[in-house]
Design a protein around this ligand. Sequence first.
Ligand code: SAM
Length: 311
Amino acid sequence: MSADHVPVLRDRVVAWLAPTAPGLVVDATVGLGGHAAALLEAVPGLRLIGLDRDPEAIERAHQRLQPYSDRVRLIQSAFAELPAVLHSLGCPPVVAILADLGCSSLQLDSAERGFSFSRSGPLDMRMSCSGPSAGDLVNGAAEEELVRVLREYGEERRARRVARAIVEARRQRPIGTTDELAHLVAGAVGGGSQRIHPATRTFQALRIAVNDELGQLERFLEPAVRALQPDGRIALISFHSLEDRIVKHSLRRLAGACVCPPEAPECRCNPEQLVEILTRRAERPAADEVATNPRARSARLRVARRLGAEA
Ligand SMILES: C[S@@+](CC[C@H](N)C(=O)[O-])C[C@H]1O[C@@H](n2cnc3c(N)ncnc32)[C@H](O)[C@@H]1O
């Protein structure tokens, strides 16, 4: 979290995005400002708009990007609102967009933000610090809704068992803290031989639901691509298969692939080719990066180029 915190796949992001600059780059998830600082350092003429829905992240990025303050504008916003943000700035041409999805170490390491089952804190998990919290969901949602969230967003095979345990426990009193919930889930699914903590999937599911992470991503991608000027690039780093699937399929569709169901007699989706995909396979961090930053382990980077008049 300090100024020398190295963001995931930093050098690959710079290698892909720096050639598009100078010009205006949008860092849609500015977080602690690590990628932004690397880009600003690499390209002297580059200007950057940094978005983050987390007010604390904006504060931290502000401090970290102080040396480049004349080239940076930071805005607290969800990235699905990118078109409105750009509109409010007069729709400037954008040469590159980066989204490094998920949570920052600032969020994961702060017990009081409630993202981590290994730190005791309130059941919060709200990136934007506003709206319904994980506690509201856990204590207020119907059992069926909890099952759906755990299955869809956590890929939790024992969703029903976890949901039942939650509903049973909250009959006595509301579930208030991360460790209370982690303990409850461990009791419901058992610790056993699992490599990961038994509450990992439940916490992932709640976090995705509370922040509408997949909905945000789906609403962001096409408008982001459309905001790029010809030859501009978009780079997306995802951290789990649900995110990566959305990124992969959306880029494929935006690259002109037909996405009609296989049984459709003819193509009805009329694909429009807006991008060329530059990464045939997702790029992964090298072993030495994972050794120094275990959170990089599951990162996947995909990059596409906006086509212009030649498409
Ligand atoms: C992995 S961190 C980014 C770290 C950043 N690249 C760096 O170098 O420090 C992800 C950040 O994205 C933010 N974020 C996640 N979803 C968002 C969304 N839909 N809109 C805006 N910010 C979002 C989180 O609040 C978090 O600060």
